[in-house]
Design a binder for this molecule. Structure first.
Ligand SMILES: C[S@@+](CC[C@H](N)C(=O)[O-])C[C@H]1O[C@@H](n2cnc3c(N)ncnc32)[C@H](O)[C@@H]1O
Length: 228
């Protein structure tokens, strides 16, 4: 599979820039993930891991499974992992998160995705798979851009760009107008904690990343599976 425009950016310095812009919120999100580590290590499944933007947040003794449909990212991820020896890549599956049949039921402690669901078609299928692979009471940690919850010019622009397929065409299937929070609330989790935020783009962004203005509204948080 050839890398598209977005993938070429993800393979470069976009993740560093994005992590700076989300800064304390990613720290907050992943500090609650680190608390799941009881000292014996933690099994994390990240889907759509790209070049490994989240590796720096993972705790000591992380056993990582990556589910990624685009093999282009594998060498970028492996290169990132050299800087984070606390993370051991146990499995790298080239598939979409809606079909994780090679991952046994209830075999991971946490599932992670950041900036992935905008490009996925079958969100309910993905949530079903997340619930299947997580241990009872396990948590899915997410940070995703969403349709503007305010009735704004931005929301109208997002809907137009999404409806006419403009974003999807240029950005590898990414849609700016998905109501991911509402989908998540229908996803069969015992509990959903999704907090809204907007990217802090004050001070400007490099021209290369100007599209970030169209994906300012985000949510982050956790969804927890039932205890049995
Ligand atoms: C915008 S990149 C985000 C990469 C990384 N998570 C980050 O935060 O920088 C989107 C990623 O989602 C992956 N992806 C797209 N559709 C997917 C699906 N159905 N299941 C799993 N990953 C998917 C892409 O291949 C790509 O790695």
């Amino acid at each position: 599979m050839e890398p598209g425009l977005l993938e070429r950016k993800i393979g470069t310095n976009f993740p560093i820039f994005y992590n700076e812009k989300t800064g304390p919120l990613k720290d907050e999100l992943f500090s609650s993930l680190r608390k799941l580590n009881n000292g014996n290590g933690i099994r994390i499944l990240e889907f759509g891991a790209g070049s490994g933007a989240n590796m720096e947040y993972y705790p000591e003794n992380t056993k990582l499974t990556v589910v990624e449909p685009n093999p282009f990212f594998k060498e970028h991820l492996e290169s990132t992992l050299k800087k984070f020896p606390q993370v051991e890549l146990e499995r790298y599956l080239i598939t979409g998160a809606e079909d994780m049949k090679d991952i046994p039921d209830h075999s991971v402690d946490a599932v992670v995705s950041t900036l992935v669901l905008c490009s996925a078609n079958d969100l309910q299928g993905i949530y079903k798979e997340i619930r299947r692979v997580l241990v009872p009471g396990g948590k899915y940690f997410f940070m995703e851009h969403v349709i503007d919850p305010l009735s704004s010019l931005l929301k109208m622009t997002q809907v137009i760009l999404g409806s006419f397929g403009v974003f999807q065409f240029f950005l590898d299937g990414c849609r700016p107008d998905k109501d991911i929070k509402r989908e998540l609330e229908k996803g069969g989790f015992a509990r959903v904690d999704a907090k809204p935020f907007r990217l802090n783009l004050k001070g400007g962004v490099p021209l290369d990343f100007a599209l970030l203005y169209l994906i300012e509204p985000h949510i982050y948080g956790t969804a927890t599976t039932a205890l049995q």
